[in-house]
Design a protein around this ligand. Structure first.
Ligand code: UT7
Length: 337
């Protein structure tokens, strides 16, 4: 039986032009192309030039998504949600600025901070608002500018993360339409908040009155522990989302996991009993783009003609918080702008 649901209508992606190869990083720090490819599957990433911020990437991706949506684009967008770990500033949020620069007027606009799971949380937020009737159409963007937060002395993070933005448009529709977001599973574990994060500049730090240590402005990550948690939580959340929507693993056409590390994606596929060819892979070309990674992977798969209307997709993500989430949806007939 059909029920109200958010339906995907457009998709856009943007990565800054500067490509940084593993060989270039090997000249800057003690690492190698062989190590990075073997341990992560990453071959290159994009970095924004100095002076370019997350909102700039978000506007580019948002513009492309609105164009891709055609008649379902800018007319009637009532909500903009930007998922990011690397906002332009502490306050205000990035989303109102992005909405204004896209010419969307005085719409509802907010940021979602859920680390690398940000896009799934933002999709859930927008879907719920559409189903509740608070807006007819929404724009959801995942955007990150990690470069300024990468410690050049920390090869465990500096080789992993990249910059970029991806966006989708949604409209209120029904579950029987191609493109419908059918279910979402979300979770968190704040007891493990010290495994990955950017500690500097928040109220905890500032209230101490002590001068900032330079390292506190940088991203830190306990990679091994995060790896184990990522596999466990994405597999569990995927299983929950599949049970909610009533699909077996065999009925899923594509799993679009957070593109953190190819080994993590393979391990999740192993836990689920999913053939690896049904994994969407994009991490090799952009690295870990955190909240941008799922929409960027969707755009890449669309460009390659891999996603067909009516295909069943499972999105799954994990990151700082800890926070994780999965969403099941069908794929619409989307054309990239
Ligand atoms: O997006 C949010 C969620 N994030 C993730 O899901 C990321 C999860 N973690 C990972 O992907 C992996 O843990 C990393 C890719 C970050 C690291 O891979 P690993 O296989 O866990 O390596 P490790 O940290 O255990 O380090 C193994 C060795 C160490 O050397 P020793 O102690 O064995 O001599 C490291 O010092 O590799 C060394 N190493 C490197 N060597 C060359 C660490 N980073 C590098 C590097 N280049 N960039």
């Amino acid at each position: 039986m059909s029920a109200p649901a958010a339906v995907l209508t457009g998709l856009g992606a943007y990565v800054p032009p500067r490509v940084v190869t593993n060989d270039e990083l090997s000249r800057r720090m003690d690492t190698s192309d062989a190590w990075i490819v073997r341990r992560t599957g990453i071959r290159q990433r994009h970095w924004a030039e100095p002076g370019v911020a997350t909102s700039d990437l978000a506007v580019e991706a948002g513009h492309r998504a609105l164009k891709s949506a055609g008649a379902d684009g800018s007319d009637g967008i009532g909500l903009v949600v930007v998922a990011t770990t690397t906002p332009d500033q502490q306050c205000p949020a990035v989303a109102p600025d992005v909405a204004a620069r896209l010419g969307l007027g005085t719409v509802a606009a907010l940021d979602v901070g859920a680390g690398c799971t940000g896009f799934v949380y933002a999709l859930a937020t927008a879907s719920a608002a559409l189903v509740a009737g608070y807006a007819e159409r929404a724009l959801v963007i995942g955007a990150e500018t990690f470069r300024p937060f990468l410690n050049p002395a920390d090869r465990g993070t500096a080789v992993i993360f990249g910059d970029g933005a991806g966006a989708v448009t949604l409209r209120r529709g029904t579950t029987d339409e191609a493109g419908a977001v059918l279910t979402v599973d979300l979770g968190s574990d704040g007891t493990l908040k010290d495994l990955v994060g950017i500690p500097g500049n928040g109220s905890r730090h500032r209230s101490t009155g002590r001068p900032a240590h330079p390292d506190e402005q940088y991203l830190f990550m306990h990679g091994k522990e995060v790896f184990v948690q990522a596999v466990r939580r994405m597999a569990q959340s995927s299983t929950t989302a599949l049970a909610q929507v009533g699909w077996s693993v065999d009925e899923v056409d594509h799993v679009v996991g957070h593109q953190a590390n190819l080994r993590i994606l393979h391990a999740v596929a192993g836990e689920l009993g999913l053939p690896e060819e049904r994994l969407v892979r994009h991490v090799d070309r952009v690295g870990n783009t955190s909240a941008a990674s799922i929409p960027l992977a969707l755009a890449d798969a669309t460009e390659r003609g891999r996603l067909r209307p009516g295909d069943r997709l499972l999105l799954t993500a994990f990151g700082a918080g800890l926070a994780w989430g999965s969403a099941a949806l069908t794929w619409p007939g989307i054309t990239l702008a």
